[in-house]
Design a protein. Sequence first.
Length: 157
Amino acid sequence: MCIACYSFLTYAAENPHDQASLVNVDDSSEITRINKLPSPSQKQIQEAVSAADALLAKDQLKAYHGWLKYLQFRTTEDPIRMGADSMEAKAYYYKLLDWTQKIETDLDFIQKMRGVYEWAYLSQIDGTGQPFKISIPTDYDPQKPAGINLYCHGFSG
């Protein structure tokens, strides 16, 4: 398993507010559950990417563009880099399906997000989704000023 995915799974297991996707981790059996999920076919992957493309074509959904681009990238590249049966490949395919459905069901879902999320912004340099973690307090009220804590890391960690 890649270090980033292990870190994500460990982090999510320790943070019960992680509502980022279908692939939440609340106990060590989650890895087993993900591994038991069927590996998507190339056709299923292409259908998932196309469904996300339809959302990316909508200007009113710009807040989701970075995240959807990142999920598309991971969905198409992880099977090549890590194998179609890898936990990462399955996890990101199912995340893409889950998020596409969430957005189609509720275009304003982003306004209701609370807890810890894996997310991505859209790079203005190359148009890719660049991942990060965000923690939105469960009692956050957009009508009230709130502080922000920003933790950055560089080349040395």
